[in-house]
Design a protein around this ligand. Structure first.
Ligand SMILES: O=C(O)C1=C[C@@H](OP(=O)(O)O)[C@@H](O)[C@H](O)C1
Ligand SMILES: C=C(OP(=O)(O)O)C(=O)O
Length: 408
């Protein structure tokens, strides 16, 4: 298997990281663009494979939409095809075909779309067969599995003849991603109401506008973590805003507790060291993609922390709880479910002189363990896995002054 080796990072001075753009914002504005009659001006779209796949599938409009391993691309294109009367097959990697989509398909069927499963009920691959007219304009939808189903429905809602009201049921997770969807819809001229757990959208048109995608806060989190673990140097992260649409901007208050001071200036954030105050517990319900970053940071900075809100991690690119437990064990750290739903992170004890990290087809496993270079020599298997969200990640590591060695 291919791997990348990074040497121990002794120290570094001031380094500027030209972060990639957000794939979450990009994939939303691409769907909105496909639904807008006029010409939008979109800039800074993500280089992430998930976004490049979305761009290619919308442009080429093939019969089979193969989304590879991109969750948002699968869920957003399923709703887009189903509600816009397109006959398409949607499929992806073997793992994508294990990631549930039944809640979205049930909702789309209730609204009036015809969809059939091609293998297993509730999972891709599936075929959208057309939209004969709107049957329901108000539906209940569970919010405790993936917010992507809700975002997928919302973006198409203004163009439905009767609009759409969604009543979110159960514990609503990743709520910040729902807000991002709605805020972006508003940027493109669409009104909505979001009160309690009810979202209403009247029939209306998107208005063409200009939009520039912000840098990716999830990708930024690995640099916060590196600074927390290295206790040396300064990092400037380009293109981040204090008033972000992205819930993962939550990394700022988290890292404030874990020894990183953030100052917004010159169109980005400057990261410096400050004393570690500790993070006794944190609920990741609304920022699940930060859990791996924070787990490794706590492991390497000696912080015992209770992690909650990790339910959705089991159905992402891999079972992230399982993957974290296996890889943290290599540095003597543990993530133990001591009470139902409460995972205690027990920090690393002894870090070997060389650590090899498996990545389980999950970009975030590769990137989250990078800060280990502040402690030891690191080998990461399948390094190209980062292409899903952050193709230039390893090049950016070299900006620290370390030389990466690739092996086939
Ligand atoms: O809507 C989005 O852009 C995303 C929503 C989240 O997924 P869930 O809603 O499934 O938690 C997140 O984990 C994913 O990386 C991106
Ligand atoms: C979960 C992720 O993406 P998706 O669900 O869109 O595949 C992610 O990027 O961490």
């Amino acid at each position: 298997m291919k791997s990348i080796e990074l040497p121990l990072l002794e120290s570094f001075g001031k380094v500027r990281i030209p972060l990639p753009s957000s794939k979450s914002e990009s994939n939303r504005v691409l769907i909105i663009d496909a639904l807008t009659e006029g010409e939008n001006k979109l800039s800074n779209l993500a280089e992430a494979r998930d976004t490049q796949t979305m761009i290619r599938l919308l442009k080429d409009d093939p019969e089979i939409l193969d989304v590879l391993d991109a969750g948002t691309t699968m869920r957003f294109l399923t709703a887009y095809a189903a509600l816009n009367n397109k006959v398409k097959i949607l499929t992806g990697t073997p793992r994508m075909c294990e990631r549930p989509i039944g809640i979205l398909v049930d909702a789309l069927r209730e609204i009036g779309a015809e969809i059939e499963y091609l293998k297993n009920d509730g999972f891709p691959p599936l075929r959208t067969l057309g939209f004969a007219g709107q049957k329901a304009s108000e539906i209940n939808i569970r919010g405790d599995v993936s917010s992507q189903y809700i975002s997928a429905l919302l973006m198409n809602a203004p163009l439905l003849p009767k609009g759409l009201a969604l009543n979110l049921t159960g514990k609503v997770g990743s709520r910040t991603y729902i807000s991002m969807t709605l805020e972006l819809m508003r940027t493109f001229g669409v009104d909505y109401q979001f009160e309690g757990n009810r979202i209403t959208i009247a029939p209306q048109k998107y208005q063409a506008t200009s939009f520039s995608v912000e840098s990716d806060w999830s990708g930024a989190s690995y640099w916060f973590s590196l600074l927390a673990c290295s206790r040396s140097g300064e990092l400037f992260l380009d293109g981040l805003k204090a008033d972000s649409l992205q819930g993962d901007a939550q990394i700022v208050p988290i890292m404030d507790r874990l020894g990183v001071e953030s100052t917004f200036r010159d169109g980005g954030v400057l990261l410096k060291h400050q004393p570690i105050r500790g993070l006794p517990e944190f609920d990741f319900t609304h920022c699940p993609d930060l859990a791996q970053t924070v787990a490794v940071t706590c492991a390497l900075t000696g912080q015992q922390t209770d992690f909650t809100g990790l339910e959705s991690l089991r159905i992402k690119e891999t079972d992230r709880i399982d993957a974290l437990q296996k890889e943290l064990a290599k540095i003597g750290s543990k993530l133990e479910e001591r009470r139902p739903g409460v995972f205690t992170l027990v920090p690393a004890e002894q870090i070997p002189e060389m650590v090899e990290i498996e990545t389980y087809d999950d970009h975030r496993m590769a990137m989250a363990f990078m800060p280990l270079i502040s402690k030891t020599k690191l080998r990461v298997l399948d390094p190209e896995v980062v292409n899903k969200s952050y193709p230039s990640f390893w090049n950016h590591c070299e900006l620290l002054g370390v030389k990466a060695k690739y092996q086939d």
